[in-house]
Design a protein around this ligand. Structure first.
Ligand code: ASP
Ligand code: CP
Length: 300
């Protein structure tokens, strides 16, 4: 795998391999502390980020690599003077061995990969995909459930503009007998293209109108933030808020995930609940990103 731009690049085998490597990195970090020795990675974020950018930066440093970065490439790089993305990539590949990029255009990582001679890693592309997010989501699910076949997953929040959900659906579609329950305000319903994708890939899709339409023994509740930066107008606040009372209506084995940042959709009274795994998820992200970098660039 040269570039890493879509969750569709994964199958059961390479996903298992990546997660086994992640587990080994967690257990034996010193074994990997020189994996990226001599390598420089560009970190170019054209959109805001806390977790993805800093966990990638930490991952690079923990693997013994170095990085060059712009905190806000939209205004602080020469993109603000009108330089094209392809020209930017042609320059960065002369300075570094891989490029981790977040960009507001859905096609940005494909466009970057079309001219790049070093690996491009998609760290979020408009409302298209966020594949490394989906990998850390799946890793967190594997840690707590131990399997993927037969899972029942409820997706909530902004199913229209969010990019974490499309990548997650693609990874889940690798497995058998997956059921997706979708609960959102009408304005943020899942686009038809993802309903078709689930049909084609033999996933069961159930549109829900309230929490009570989601079965009590659902394996995963995956909530997301309304992506206000991606649309004009005001569709109001999130209607389906998960608090302790709502969470307690589900089985003890139901886990609660969220890509973060959260806003109003999950209240802080669930933070210490053992089923609320979103902070763990964010830490897992660093280890999964270490595994991705080690695979793409590392001495292994
Ligand atoms: N951080 C995730 C993303 O960049 C989710 C979000 O921002 O709501 O897609
Ligand atoms: N989950 C996620 O991508 O977070 P950031 O936007 O803070 O990177």
């Amino acid at each position: 795998m040269k570039h890493f731009i879509s969750a569709d690049q994964f199958n059961r085998e390479n996903l298992d391999e990546l997660f086994d490597l992640t587990q080994d990195i967690v257990a034996n970090p010193s074994k990997y502390s020189k994996s990226l020795e001599g390598k420089i990675v560009s970190v170019m974020f054209f959109e805001p980020s806390t977790r993805t950018r800093l966990s990638f930066e930490s991952a690079i440093l923990r693997l013994g690599g170095k990085l060059i970065a712009t905190e806000n490439a939209k205004t602080a790089s020469s993109a603000s003077k009108g330089e094209s993305l392809t020209d930017t990539i042609r320059i960065l590949q002369g300075y570094s061995d891989a490029i981790v990029m977040r960009h507001f255009d859905v096609d940005s990582s494909k466009v970057a990969a079309s001219v790049a001679n070093v690996p491009i890693i998609n760290a979020g592309a408009g409302s298209g995909e966020h594949p490394t997010q989906a990998l850390l989501d799946m890793y967190t699910i594997r840690e707590s459930k131990g399997h993927f076949d037969g899972l029942k997953v409820a997706i909530l929040g902004d199913l229209k503009y969010g990019r974490a959900i499309p990548s997650l659906l693609k990874l889940l579609s690798i497995y058998d007998n997956i059921t997706i329950y979708a609960l959102s305000k009408e304005a943020f319903s899942l686009p038809e293209e993802y309903i078709e994708l689930m049909n084609k890939r033999n996933m069961k899709y159930v549109k829900c109108n309230s929490f009570s339409d989601i079965p009590k023994d659902v394996d995963v509740l995956y909530h997301t933030r309304i992506q206000r930066e991606r649309f004009e107008g005001d569709f109001g606040k999130e209607e389906f808020i998960i608090n302790e009372e709502v969470l307690n209506n589900f089985s003890e084995n139901t886990i609660l995930l969220h890509p973060l940042p959260r806003t109003e959709e999950i209240s802080s009274d669930v933070d210490n609940n053992k089923r609320a795994l979103f902070f763990k998820q964010a830490v897992n992200g660093m280890y999964v990103r270490m595994a991705i970098l080690a695979k793409l660039l590392g001495k292994m």
